[in-house]
Design a protein around this ligand. Structure first.
Ligand SMILES: Cc1ncc(COP(=O)(O)O)c(C=O)c1O
Length: 454
């Protein structure tokens, strides 16, 4: 038992298996991003277009990684591809200011409602690092509050409280004083947040993924964001929306544009740079001012926040970014991706009902999340949007071995599902049908292999 999927997978993706053998000799566990780790080995991809990608054995997949969420328009949207190729012929790095970065910054200010000033970084992790440091410099306070389950990258200050058990950071090698300066609050719990801020006068900022942990795996709604805005304002604490995923995805103006709740600072990445590396912090002029040079040597030496970074606003990322954001600006691409995700959630739940499994697929906007252990909810109706569910089970509650088997079974049936799956505007109803059929067949395989009863 429990071998069939692995055997079939190893045969069908034989060239990927060979590549993984080489990869294990150079990379820890053979992978270059923890999220791509898969037992017995991950698929190796050679080409992608629209909503699809192809592996080294010529197998085609419907892709729900969409570049870790960076490709709202799908792979190689012709306008983006052409613009990047044209820029490539004119140089990849001038070590100088250039027009594209100005256009890119202007697009961010135009689209993100709270953005008065912008500064580009090379990743989302760098963006949250910058936003938190700005908040400290601005308030003169030391600590941050983050919500359990929320992910903000991998620097020291934010690896706390990402996965249950939340008391244990997802990484060793941290200084205890850094760990102790990140205060954790249960998601959607305004009472506890108020208590933390009342008891501790040393909090510089509160950071949140505005649609909830990992793009709504533990959902948050506008009502909580409005409360959060009020509470942080009352306590003069900087409010940071980490819109690395939600920015330009929930709407052209991100989650803040959708919910009309404005933070003090916003972190951006992924879609921002149109599938190339890039990030940014945007926000209030009076906070972003800390990044300015002034005609004052004392200020420049002691008060200004330093910010170098070789690849900040590099011409290729700026070109992919500005071309992508211009296409997204009217909002049609967001609506298309959302519509497809909604169909997908409905179809996948139909398959679950057909198999009479205690599972659910839920989500909002262009996201969908699998819940594989709904029975633990007892008699409470499933309604994650209204939090009638133990949030500790919504993220990180699935047995990793089962999830690997599930992913392999889906890959065998032509669909690639990551931890945080999303649609793009390139996904079609035909992709939804293909995915539902693959899901049906994957469930049958999982039953045959003894992973689920039936
Ligand atoms: C909400 C959020 N913040 C920050 C990050 C870190 O971004 P990056 O992977 O570009 O460092 C991610 C990455 O997935 C993210 O989802």
């Amino acid at each position: 038992m429990r071998k069939k999927i692995v055997e079939r997978y190893s045969q069908a993706l034989a060239t990927s298996r060979q590549l993984y053998e080489r990869a294990q000799k150079v990379f820890p566990s053979g992978v270059t991003h923890d999220g791509r780790y898969l037992r017995p080995f991950p698929p190796y991809i050679v080409r992608a277009k629209g909503a699809h990608k192809w592996d080294v054995d010529g197998r085609e997949y419907v892709d729900y990684w969409v570049g870790h969420g960076s490709l709202l328009l799908g792979h190689n949207r012709p306008e983006v591809e052409a613009a990047v190729q044209e820029q490539l012929s004119r140089g990849t790095h001038y070590g100088a200011s250039h027009e594209r970065e100005v256009e890119w910054g202007e697009m961010v200010v135009q689209l993100i409602p709270s953005a008065e000033r912008v500064k580009f970084t090379s990743s989302g992790t760098e963006a949250t690092l910058m936003a938190i440091r700005l908040a400290r410099a601005y308030t003169g306070k030391r600590k941050i509050v983050k919500f359990e389950g929320h992910f903000h990258g991998w620097h020291d200050q934010v690896v706390e409280g990402v996965m249950p058990p939340y008391e244990v950071p997802v990484s060793p090698g941290l200084l205890p004083e850094v760990v102790n300066s990140t205060l954790l609050c249960p998601p959607n719990d305004s009472r506890t947040l108020r208590r933390i801020l009342e008891e501790d006068p040393d909090v510089a900022c509160v950071i949140i993924e505005p649609t909830g942990a990992s793009f709504g795996t533990i959902p948050t709604k506008g009502e909580f964001l409005r409360e959060l805005r009020q509470i942080t304002s009352e306590h003069q604490v900087v409010l940071i929306f980490d819109e690395v995923i939600t920015g330009f995805r929930c709407s052209p103006g991100g989650a803040q544009g959708y919910y009309q709740v404005l933070p003090d600072l916003t972190t951006l990445a992924k879609i921002l740079a149109g599938g190339l590396p890039g990030g940014a912090v945007a926000g209030k002029r009076e906070i972003m001012e800390l990044l300015e040079f002034k005609e004052d040597r004392e200020w420049n030496r002691y008060r200004k926040m330093a910010h170098p970074g070789t690849y900040n606003a590099n011409p290729l990322s700026a070109t992919a970014g500005v071309t992508t954001l211009r296409i997204i600006a009217p909002g049609e691409e967001n609506k298309q991706a959302d519509k497809i995700a909604q169909h997908l959630r409905e179809e996948l739940n139909r398959v679950i009902a057909k198999h009479d499994l205690p599972w659910r697929v839920y989500g909002d906007f262009s996201g969908f999340h699998f819940l594989f252990h709904y029975e633990e909810a007892g008699s409470t109706p499933f309604d994650p949007e209204n939090f009638h569910y133990d949030y500790r089970k919504l993220k990180g509650g699935v047995d990793p071995q089962f999830f690997h088997a599930f992913r392999c079974a889906m890959l065998l049936n032509g669909v690639d599902i990551p931890n945080t799956p999303m649609t793009s505007s390139a996904h079609t109803l035909a992709d939804v049908d293909r995915t539902a059929t693959a899901f049906d067949q994957a469930i049958t395989l999982l039953k045959e292999d003894g992973w689920i009863e039936g």
